[in-house]
Design a protein around this ligand. Structure first.
Ligand SMILES: CC(C)(COP(=O)(O)OP(=O)(O)OC[C@H]1O[C@@H](n2cnc3c(N)ncnc32)[C@H](O)[C@@H]1OP(=O)(O)O)[C@@H](O)C(=O)NCCC(=O)NCCS
Length: 150
């Protein structure tokens, strides 16, 4: 971890972050089909959201991972939605994700709760579970497909 630096995620990271995002999420276990353009647009949406907070891990001169999301008001206080987190494949399972999550939490100020969406029982689920996250008991995710208008 000696030449790894964790810093704030800035808009200037968007291009390299998009390339990293494509490499990580188009590979197993996610096997998504992101293009560099769609990934950049997704990350730019997150960066442009009010309350944005993000951290990067730079390994040597290269982006090794990042965690980004935004804070939201709840009636009990502020919550943080962790929208995207990834670590470059060759750095995974060496503590980078744990370091990113710790740095992110340190940037969250008055936030009382972090929440996120991920696949049940996958490797990411285990990663978060081992770092203090619990699957919500009352809350679930609902989706609805909307036919595209030509
Ligand atoms: C999930 C992720 C961010 C974790 O970062 P990381 O640097 O690999 O994690 P760390 O080295 O700090 O911690 C390793 C732990 O994560 C879990 N883990 C991470 N990758 C795993 C894998 N491929 N298989 C099994 N467990 C894995 C393990 O539980 C592991 O051990 P521990 O919890 O007993 O200590 C990273 O693996 C990643 O980018 N994965 C692909 C993208 C992804 O799934 N992002 C999250 C989507 S919601």
């Amino acid at each position: 971890m000696s030449d790894q630096i964790i810093d704030a995620f800035e808009a200037e990271h968007l291009d390299t972050a998009a390339r990293l995002f494509v490499a990580v999420f188009n590979a197993a276990p996610w096997n998504d089909s992101w293009s560099e353009a769609s990934a950049r647009a997704r990350l730019a949406d997150v960066v442009g959201t009010p309350g944005f907070v993000g951290v990067t891990l730079v390994d040597g001169a290269e982006l090794g991972g990042f965690a980004i999301g935004h804070t939201e008001q709840w009636f009990t206080g502020r919550h943080f939605l962790l929208q995207e987190m990834c670590v470059r494949a060759d750095l995974q399972r060496k503590g980078a994700g744990t370091a990113l999550l710790g740095a992110l939490e340190a940037h969250l100020g008055d936030v009382e709760q972090i929440y996120l969406l991920t696949e049940q029982n996958g490797a990411a689920h285990r990663f978060y579970q081992h770092r203090g996250f619990r699957a919500a008991q009352r809350t679930g995710v609902m989706t609805k497909r909307i036919p595209l208008t030509p």
